[in-house]
Design a protein around this ligand. Structure first.
Ligand code: SF4
Ligand code: SF4
Length: 214
């Protein structure tokens, strides 16, 4: 357990989530808050690295951990409070994202500066990339035929590395709009590939709408 203090995590996530809506936040603006929450330098540096990461979905961390968004009514994560446990959750999520990102080039390449939302067309246009269907506690991690993931991907996809996770750690955020995409889209698990418009429409109310974070 980190020695994180119990104040300021929700405030930090709010600032980062709103700043990240269109582009990467300026990490220097958040450095003081980060060091106050994670006094251990190596932990603070990891979080700052996460702020500079091109795909980390800070806006979804804000929506789920601050606003309490859950992708479905059966999601087991209780509402979050400002606490050392929440700081630990954020740190774990950031570490996981950075580790996933390091292994991605073996499977799929995304632009290093981030992926422009204008380049994304959600399944032919019906999906507006709200990302809510990926806000679950884990999925069946079977890859498509001929693909094998690094071993820890299977645990991360199943939601075993951070339980109960606020959303799938492979959900990435685009640039330019609050749009979200699958970080392993071309090789995503079979269960995810089978998710279609009917499943989307069967999901919780409000899915399919880009919500206003301001
Ligand atoms: S692997 Fe991709 S499509 Fe599947 S839940 Fe995670 S982010 Fe969503
Ligand atoms: S919930 Fe529906 S609209 Fe939103 S990303 Fe998933 S499939 Fe697309």
């Amino acid at each position: 357990m980190s020695k994180a203090s119990d104040c300021g995590v929700l405030q930090l996530l709010t600032g980062l989530g709103l700043a990240r809506i269109k582009t990467k936040p300026d990490y220097r603006r958040f450095s003081g808050q980060v060091h106050a929450i994670w006094p251990e330098t190596f932990e603070a540096e990891l979080v700052l690295e996460g702020i500079q990461a091109p795909h980390l979905a800070w806006t979804m961390l804000f929506r789920t951990l601050v606003r309490g968004l859950r992708g479905n009514p059966l999601h087991p994560r209780p509402l979050d409070q400002d606490s050392p446990e929440l700081a630990e959750t954020v740190l774990t999520f950031v570490k996981l994202h950075l580790r996933i990102q390091k292994h991605l080039p073996d499977l799929v390449l995304w632009p290093e500066q981030g992926l422009d939302a204008d380049q994304l067309i959600g399944d032919g246009g019906w999906c507006d990339l709200c990302g809510q269907c990926c806000c679950h506690a884990g999925t069946v991690p079977h890859p498509p035929q001929g693909i094998d993931y690094p071993p820890f991907f299977y645990h991360a996809l199943a939601g075993e590395t951070l339980y109960p996770q606020p959303f799938c750690p492979f959900l990435f955020q685009a640039m330019g709009q609050p749009a979200f995409f699958c970080g392993i889209h071309p090789v995503k698990p079979i269960a995810c590939s089978r998710f279609d418009k009917t499943d989307c429409e069967r999901g919780s109310q409000g899915r399919g709408c880009i919500t206003n974070d301001s």
